[in-house]
Design a protein around this ligand. Structure first.
Ligand SMILES: [Ca+2]
Length: 270
């Protein structure tokens, strides 16, 4: 499947191109559920992996009032800090609010800008839409625009930059995310009418997926009472998503580290 092709995954018959899968419950036809430590994503094997400009719509249900569940568009080259775009995460203030984020590599450190969604979307299915265009990323829930980011927006592979792969993760026992439908419509094309055939795995499959973790929040940067609709800051714990020496993130090692941190501190982080 070319990165420029439309995509429609229903989970009626497997994971389609989202075939790098770890601990995902697919026992219910037509949906998949990520709970505990689990993840699934398209293979991030190069700058042209995944997809570029266009419209991504995910039908999903996030549960829980803590960080842990996420819809993640991971850098095609699997490098972090880098070009990560998140369509759904949960704020750490216990409100259960959801938000979207654009990350970039700021001189070797992660930096990001986020948009908090206006509404209570936890615990039920909603359509989460990311529209990626030149110099503009728009977040929508159920078709309603939640915010636009115009700074530090990456160019896609076809325009001299890099694509992102579609991914999902959960790394908190108190949260989960259930996904029923994924569509991608490339910029300038019609919506897909047919489910795409599953993508073949690369010749040398990576043993691990993107690491989990979207909760090492900087408590100083995030102040719920004062949080504007859009804010900028830097994550703490830059090592969260660092790939191993082979350039591939070791999922199991990260999960073990998350568990060790939890047992030691009562907090979930890497
Ligand atoms: Ca479905």
């Amino acid at each position: 499947m070319a990165a420029s092709d439309a995509l429609h995954i229903t989970f009626d018959d497997g994971f389609g191109s989202i075939s790098n899968v770890w601990n995902v419950d697919a026992s219910v036809r037509g949906e998949v559920r990520l709970a505990g430590n689990s993840a699934m994503m398209e293979w991030a094997v190069g700058r042209d992996a995944g997809h570029g400009y266009g419209t991504y719509t995910i039908n999903a249900k996030a549960e829980g009032n803590e960080p842990g569940a996420a819809i993640v568009f991971w850098p095609g080259d699997n490098q972090w800090p880098g070009q990560e775009i998140d369509l759904l995460e949960i704020t750490p203030d216990g409100s259960g609010r959801q938000y979207g984020t654009v990350h970039w590599n700021d001189g070797g450190h992660d930096a990001y800008e986020a948009v908090i969604y206006d509404g209570d979307y936890g615990g039920s299915f909603h359509d989460y839409t990311l529209v990626w265009e030149a110099d503009r990323i728009t977040f929508k829930v159920d078709g309603v625009e939640q915010g636009v980011i115009t700074d530090n927006v990456p160019a896609d592979f076809a325009h001299g930059g890099m694509n992102n792969t579609i991914g999902f993760l959960n790394n908190n026992p108190s949260t989960s995310i259930t996904v029923r439908d994924v569509t991608f419509t490339p910029q300038g094309s019609a919506a897909p009418a047919q489910a795409a055939a599953p993508a073949a795995e690369p010749a040398q499959p990576v043993a691990a997926v993107v690491a989990a973790v979207e909760q090492a929040w900087d408590d100083h940067a995030y102040q719920p009472a004062e949080a504007p609709a859009v804010w900028e800051g830097e994550w703490q714990g830059d090592a969260r998503f660092q790939p191993g020496t082979d350039g591939i993130i070791d999922w199991d090692a990260l999960a073990a580290k998350v568990m060790a941190n939890y047992e030691a501190t009562g907090s979930w982080f890497v």
